[in-house]
Design a protein. Structure first.
Length: 104
């Protein structure tokens, strides 16, 4: 994980999150890491790739999401520490059912 950047766009609602995800993967050479339903209607979409690609992707994704909904936060971690893996959403990772899209 330390080799690739991690980009995050947090939105209010699924429609804006899907719009962000679609725009990000189309805009740059990034991989969709997943999404996390934070609660209260908040959804965070995560992407990975080279730092420049991730920065470009989250910028485009945030703009696209803002056009159809509300963007609450946008952030890029250029080289996340390997220990961050434990809290990221996705199969076989930490974060619990909520991180994998389940309800709590």
């Amino acid at each position: 994980m330390a080799q690739t950047a991690l980009g995050m766009v947090e939105t209010r609602g699924l429609v804006a999150a899907v719009e962000a995800a679609d725009a990000m993967v189309k805009a740059a050479a990034v991989t969709l890491q997943g999404r996390d339903r934070v609660g209260g209607g908040l959804v965070t979409v995560l992407v990975r790739g080279e730092v420049g690609a991730v920065r470009a992707a989250v910028e485009v994704g945030a703009q696209a999401a803002q056009a159809v909904g509300q963007v609450l936060a946008v952030h890029v971690i250029p080289r996340p520490d390997d220990q961050v893996e434990a809290i990221l959403p996705g199969p076989g990772r930490g974060g619990g059912p909520r991180a994998r899209g389940g309800r709590q």
